[in-house]
Ligand binder design. Structure first.
Ligand code: G4P
Length: 525
């Protein structure tokens, strides 16, 4: 098969949701359709339980297991599907953000009873930053939930994206009858006891066809009215708008009952993008270019604590990756080749000989990679990755064993390269501050420093509200600011100036007093 055909048949995406909306269940059902797994429950065991904050050892263990399912590849109707898994626990949200740099599109799962939740909104912000095409699956229609029109309004407003329903529910909860599939033009019927769509009836003309026979007079009438309303309110589905990340098609179903999942997948392979060009600092990289390029978007460590082994996950951006071929590690300016790169086919890891743009390759790593590193057979390129967001929790980290300061240094450096958390160094006293999204990350860092690097750490709370990256065209004002706020200034890992605001009030005062300085909450601006 030609390079072009190979790339065109790929669909690389992530499923994202607020915990409990049904991401794991939907993933599993998709894998069942792809024949990648054969029993329900196979994915479940790898799920990171989001509530068990006290039991983070268990979480780490599950994270270890979940490497195998970090990427789930399977073939479906002549397409190669790559689903990138994202951690369920919100303390690892940064992992999810980074994973989103490696996908071409996203499916968002929303619970019909709960609507848009905090985590959905945050993840959507990231999608919007990158104009990632988004499809929405409103889940759990077998349960009572909110009015579908209200849900649509909320999706549009809260996710700040135009939407277009491509299926429409007929009742819900115990009365749930199924959906009218506006994309396929069919009536997909549901029976609670049978898992999957029990009957799909092609509908030529919703106003003329005998829907009554299947759902009764009253529901047929309501359906016609509602579909008329939808077609009146929402413009026709425009694929270009979807591909530009401006419009999200919406499907309704029940992942647990396997209802609406195949329909979602069938539409997905039709409309979702094949690998898209990816922006490097120097230029846009087209997937169909001959030269291989790829970047590391995730590093997974701790798979075997005795060997400090890691896997670097590389998204192939262009061309073809091959085993045992020399590629340039751009940051090191050195050639490297890989004798045992892995592919992830659902539950098993296997050595791969070649991979194409859109695929994810796992490279065994002993500390050579960090997030954002580029490998290439062509020119030197640097991928932009995702900006770091201001962390929400901060702590000083100190060395608790004077004999092991080197180990601690190295441990911190490597863990930060993996993107486990963010490091800031106080400019006036050199103290190190670790910033995270959640408490769990501190515990993971402390444990890993001790177990992988033999370094004991001591942590001290620090009361900070936000870390802001600052910039100004007015060099004088910037210098003045840095002088006046010297006790609040830090450097991030790249040596950029960061202002550590103790409170929202302090930040507002600073913004007011220094009008020519811009305070950014992400590291890229
Ligand atoms: P997540 O990965 O987004 O966190 O969600 P997950 O799939 O684990 O689903 C969360 C809960 O919602 C699970 O129940 C799951 O069975 C249920 N669920 C998912 N889809 C549907 C659906 O279409 N209808 C209904 N009624 N429930 C659904 P749980 O009790 O937390 O887990 P389990 O004991 O079933 O494993």
């Amino acid at each position: 098969m030609s390079l072009k055909k190979e790339i065109q048949k790929r669909r690389t995406f992530a499923i994202i949701s607020h915990p409990d909306a049904g991401k794991t269940t939907l993933t599993e059902k998709l894998l069942l359709f792809g024949g990648a797994i054969h029993i329900a429950g196979a994915v479940k065991s790898n799920k990171i339980k989001k509530t068990a904050t006290s039991d983070w050892m268990e979480i780490e263990k599950q994270r270890g297991i979940s490497v195998a399912t970090s990427v789930m590849g399977f073939e479906y109707h002549d397409h190669k599907i790559n689903i990138l898994d994202t951690p369920g626990h919100q303390d690892f949200a940064e992992d999810t953000y980074r994973t989103l740099t490696a996908v071409d599109s996203v499916i968002v799962v929303v619970d019909v009873a709960k609507g848009v939740e905090v985590q959905t909104r945050k993840l959507m912000d990231v999608c919007r930053m990158r104009n990632t095409p988004v499809m929405i699956f409103v889940n759990k229609l077998d349960r009572e939930g909110r009015d579908p029109f209200d849900i649509l309004d909320e999706l549009e407003k809260e996710l700040e994206i135009k939407i277009r329903p491509l299926s429409w529910p007929i009742e819900m909860g115990e009365r749930f009858k199924g959906v009218y599939n506006l994309y396929k033009k069919s009536l997909d019927l549901f029976q609670p006891s049978k898992q999957t769509v029990t009957k799909s009836i092609a509908v030529k003309d919703i106003n003329k066809d005998d829907l009554e026979k299947h759902i009764g007079n009253k529901l047929a009438e309501t359906l016609r009215e509602e579909v008329e309303l939808i077609t009146g309110v929402y413009p026709d589905f425009d694929r270009e708008e979807y591909l530009a990340g401006k419009l999200a098609p919406v499907f309704f179903g029940s992942a647990l009952n396997n209802f609406g999942v195949k329909e979602l997948l069938d539409c997905f392979i039709d409309i979702a993008p094949s690998p898209r060009p990816i922006k490097a600092e120097e230029r846009k990289v087209d997937p169909y270019e001959d030269a291989f390029t790829g970047f590391v978007f995730k590093i997974h460590a701790n798979m075997d604590p005795n060997h400090r082994s890691r896997i670097a996950f590389v998204r192939v951006c262009s061309g073809k990756f091959e085993r045992n071929v020399n590629y340039k590690h751009v940051r090191f300016d050195r050639m490297m080749r890989f004798s045992s790169p892995t592919a992830f086919m659902a539950q098993k890891k296997e050595i791969l000989d070649e991979a194409f743009a859109g695929d994810i390759v796992g490279l065994p790593d002993t500390g050579n990679f960090k997030i954002g590193d580029t490998l290439t057979s062509g020119e030197d390129l640097h991928f932009k990755g995702l900006p770091s967001f201001s962390p929400e929790m901060f702590k000083y980290i100190e060395n608790a064993d004077p004999m092991k300061s080197k180990q601690l240094q190295k441990g911190i450096e490597q863990l930060m390269d993996e993107g486990v958390a963010q490091l800031f160094t106080h400019q006036f006293n050199g103290r190190k501050i670790i910033g995270t999204v959640g408490q769990l990350q501190f515990e993971v860092i402390e444990y890993r420093l001790l177990n992988e690097y033999g370094a004991k750490s001591r942590w001290e709370p620090i009361n900070l509200y936000k870390a802001c990256w600052i910039e100004s065209e007015n060099a004088e004002e910037l210098a003045d600011f840095k002088k006046r706020k010297y006790q609040y200034m830090a450097h991030d890992k790249q040596g950029r100036d960061v202002f550590l605001a103790e409170s929202n009030y302090m930040l507002m005062m600073a913004q007011q007093d220094f009008k020519n300085i811009t305070f950014h909450f992400t590291s890229e601006f």
